[in-house]
Design a protein around this ligand. Structure first.
Ligand SMILES: *Cc1c(COP(=O)(O)O)cnc(C)c1O
Length: 441
């Protein structure tokens, strides 16, 4: 377990989060339930914000990458912490707007933004749109012309650095659906194109090199490549960037194969990145660009846990033991999608020694419906409360109603208080949009 102030084992031997006993949370709110630790979320937002304030004269903005976990409450927290957000769809934008988030601090991403999404973004005066195709540049310019306005844009580029966890590679060309490569001239071409659009105001570049990254040098390499390129473009086209968005991707602890980072260690990633940027802009004599970073996973990931009730336990003697819970791939598809690893514990028996290795199965009609495979656990019994840690990012946001299961509610805990931030679904919600045409009646 990644010990920190608000996630610990209490004197009853129960897991505690945000000053609340996880077993009591399960009793009060039912299971499965996503539980978010507000203090942890705020600490992470502040850790990054403070680095921009202290090491970069406050000349930048932390954007919470809201695809990691999007609901009204998280935008309210981001707003209270004076940071911005990025959104990747009309739905995320709508949620932010409904939460009263200041739209000038919203950045909009997407490799295939819908015309309706671009219209919506313009209607709500989204601060910056990150252009990722010629088609988008055409549509956006036309929509702006019709509305008689100019839109600030960045262009998504590929600096030829791809990173994940403990490794990064330099690639001449990427096969990514995102961005334009700096190495083959395609980034330069779209820059020229966007500069020719009268209603688009190009401010600079965006890149995002990967996710769950622990290798600081990958960010340094990416920043160096982007700024070398920016200097080239300045010399060739006379365009100098005023904004630099380095994306997200900072890694978090899921299990003991991952380092356990504190907020100040995460802050170090940003410090290292800023040091590299300062060096490069000096080398190329560039003006200091306004800096943006987009952490998602590292802000909410470790802040969240999921609580389940243990149901059936099935021991296939000598082969495998399954402990089934009342959730599954409908509320956490990450094992099914990526064979992601998690740390699992019994919240009501948190001090007991792990005596066996089990696989945690969901309740979906699908054999690949697993939450974790071969994880150590005390001998679990029906009725135990299971906690899966580090589920705050890309769990709720990827959930579905597969098998017409309910997407679990989410609660926010702070100082011993818990509130719903996403209410439980009901059977009525499940059939809400179903229609039976008369001829089928
Ligand atoms: C996914 C994504 C992020 C956030 O990545 P994390 O790994 O969650 O920090 C930031 N920016 C862009 C463009 C993304 O696609």
């Amino acid at each position: 377990m990644n010990e920190r102030a608000t996630l610990k084992i209490n004197e009853k031997g129960h897991l505690e989060i945000g000053g609340m006993d996880a077993v009591e949370i399960a009793e009060k709110f039912g299971t499965p339930v996503y539980v978010f630790d507000e203090a942890h979320i705020r600490n992470m937002m502040r850790a990054y914000r403070d680095v921009i304030d202290n090491d970069y004269d406050g000349f930048g903005l932390v954007l919470y990458a809201s695809k990691a976990f999007s609901c009204k409450a998280i935008y309210s927290i981001a707003n209270q912490e004076s940071i911005g957000v990025d959104v990747v769809s009309g739905g995320e934008l709508y949620t932010a707007v409904k939460a009263g988030f200041p739209t000038e601090k919203i950045y909009m991403h997407g490799n295939n933004k819908l015309v309706s999404e671009l219209e919506f973004a313009l209607d709500c005066k989204v601060g910056t749109i990150v252009v990722d195709s010629y088609r988008e540049a055409d549509i956006l310019d036309k929509l702006c012309k019709e509305r008689n306005l100019k839109q600030n844009v960045l262009i998504r580029i590929n600096p030829g650095v791809e990173a994940h966890t403990h490794a990064f590679v330099q690639t001449a060309r990427t096969d990514s659906k995102f961005g334009f490569s700096v190495s083959d001239g395609s980034a330069e071409d779209i820059i020229k194109y966007v500069l020719s659009k009268k209603n688009l105001v190009l401010e600079g570049y965006h890149c995002h090199i990967g996710s769950q990254i622990f290798e600081k040098q990958s960010f340094v390499l990416a920043a160096n490549k982007v700024l070398d390129f920016a200097s080239d473009i300045k010399n060739k086209l006379g365009f100098e960037l005023t904004k630099l968005n380095m994306g997200g991707g900072f890694g978090i602890w899921y299990n003991d194969e991952d380092p356990k980072l504190k907020p100040e260690d995460h802050a170090d990633y940003l410090k290292t990145l800023i040091a590299a940027i300062k060096n490069k802009i000096k080398e190329h004599n560039l003006k200091k660009p306004y800096l943006l970073i987009e952490p998602g996973r590292s802000i909410v990931g470790e802040a969240g846990i999921t609580l389940y009730s243990v149901g059936a336990v099935k021991d296939i003697a000598g082969i495998k033991k399954y402990v089934a819970v009342d959730g599954g791939m409908f509320e956490n598809p990450r094992y099914a999608l990526y064979q992601s690893k998690y740390t699992v514990m019994l919240a009501n028996r948190a001090t007991e020694e792990c005596t066996e290795k089990v696989s945690v199965a969901g309740k979906c009609c699908e054999s690949g419906d697993l939450i974790a495979v071969d994880v150590p656990l005390p001998k679990a019994e029906s009725g135990d409360i299971m906690a899966v840690l580090s589920t705050g990012a890309y769990n709720y946001s990827m959930a579905s109603n597969y098998n017409r299961n309910f997407i679990p509610p989410a609660i926010l805990v702070e100082n011993g208080k818990a509130d719903y931030i996403i209410k439980p679904q009901t059977f009525e919600d499940i059939v809400r949009n179903d229609v039976t045409p008369d001829r089928l009646k």
